[in-house]
Design a protein. Structure first.
Length: 371
């Protein structure tokens, strides 16, 4: 069963918000009744009840030197130290030796005092020497008569272990996908090599498999969740445009857009085919040629449209092809039909123009499928 980090984080935020509200009320109570001992005692009792009831959280206070001043039952439950054992001790003993050596306890206090809060996740040490992954927040306390800082922490070891395991699995998937694609390339070349297959066909197949691998690399870096449209375009065109010429040849314009995995792969192949064609017959075949790629989101009642255009400039005169090639079929089948969009290819004399339109709702549906 997968962990639910969002649930834990939301619970922690809710608890922190409640404590901050109660702390504000306490400060107001004390401020308006400075000489009223009864009001002070009521406020202190209210705060004590809140801290004692939060048994799922270690909540304690320290002064500016890190000396522990208060300690709730949740802290004893999580860290193993009783209130009698820990009061008066320096809280740095709860940090790992490596974090102590790096000055992390002092840095946490400094950050909380200078920025108003210090939030972090790290390994901590229990009384028995065992370690746990603590997710914590430190806040400065300003009320009169209170210690310097409040620390709230929760054990998130199970979630952290699950995330580590997930990263290991993703790393293994990356490795296997990369090796599988390399194997497919090798098998394809060996299968097609012979007197009936020309060199151009072999190179085209090899280039398409390499384009597929580049799209997979982008997704692997994002843990197969989504990919940036901008990055997909740049990676697809990298083999065709030298890095030092990129700014002169390629113009990109559009908002940040995240693509679901399936569409990222398909678009990566699409841009590879377009760049291949431009290198042979279009703007990339002559000096001074340029490619302009722009996209925009158009809001609509049913979810909106993503429009993406590829336009070539300053290339040789072009005309419609005699028959549809692999690139045209890929655009129509793998892109337009896959997400219920449309594709329009035009061949004005100044250069080819492709206009793609996708419903945003279709992209969102694809993203939920994952890989």
């Amino acid at each position: 069963m997968e962990p639910e980090p969002n649930t834990h984080q939301e619970a922690l935020r809710a608890r922190i918000a409640r404590l901050e509200r109660e702390n504000t009320e306490l400060r107001a109570l004390i401020a308006h009744g400075e000489g009223d001992a009864k009001a002070k005692r009521a406020g202190e009792e209210q705060l004590r009840l809140i801290l004692d009831s939060a048994t799922d959280y270690a909540i304690f206070t320290v002064d500016r030197e890190g000396i522990v001043k208060t300690w709730n039952p949740g802290a004893e439950r999580l860290l193993g130290f009783s209130e009698r054992e820990i009061i008066g001790q320096n809280g740095r003993m709860l940090f790992t030796p490596e974090d102590q050596a790096a000055g992390e306890p002092e840095q946490e206090i400094s950050t909380a005092l200078s920025e108003g809060r210090a939030q972090d996740e790290r390994w901590h040490i229990r009384k028995d020497g065992s370690r746990f992954w603590g997710s914590g927040l430190m806040l400065p306390l300003q009320a009169a008569g209170t210690p310097g800082l409040l620390k709230i922490m929760r054990d998130q070891t199970a979630r952290h272990r699950a995330e580590e395991m997930n990263q290991l699995l993703i790393g293994e998937i990356k490795h296997r996908v990369k090796n599988t694609l390399a194997l497919v390339q090798a098998i394809a070349r060996e299968t097609l090599r012979g007197r009936f297959t020309d060199r151009q066909t072999l190179d085209a197949l090899d280039a398409r498999l390499s384009a597929l691998a580049r799209s997979h690399d982008i997704l692997a870096q994002e843990d197969w969740t989504s990919a940036s449209l901008d990055e997909v375009i740049r990676r697809a065109l990298t083999p065709f445009i030298a890095e030092e010429r990129l700014a002169d040849v390629l113009a990109l314009s559009g908002p940040a857009v995240r693509l679901p995995p399936n569409l990222a792969v398909s678009l990566g192949l699409c841009f590879h085919e377009l760049a291949t064609n431009a290198t042979k017959y279009g703007a990339l075949s002559v000096p001074g040629g340029r490619i302009e790629i722009c996209w925009q989101q158009e809001p609509r009642e049913e979810g909106g449209i993503l429009r993406l255009g590829w336009r070539e400039r300053n290339g040789p005169p072009v005309s419609p092809p005699q028959h549809k090639g692999f690139g045209s079929r890929l655009i129509e089948r793998a892109l337009a039909h896959e997400v219920g969009g449309t594709a329009r290819l035009e061949y004005p004399p100044e250069g080819m123009h492709l206009q793609l339109s996708f419903p945003m709702t279709a992209l969102q549906k694809q993203e939920t499928k994952g890989i």
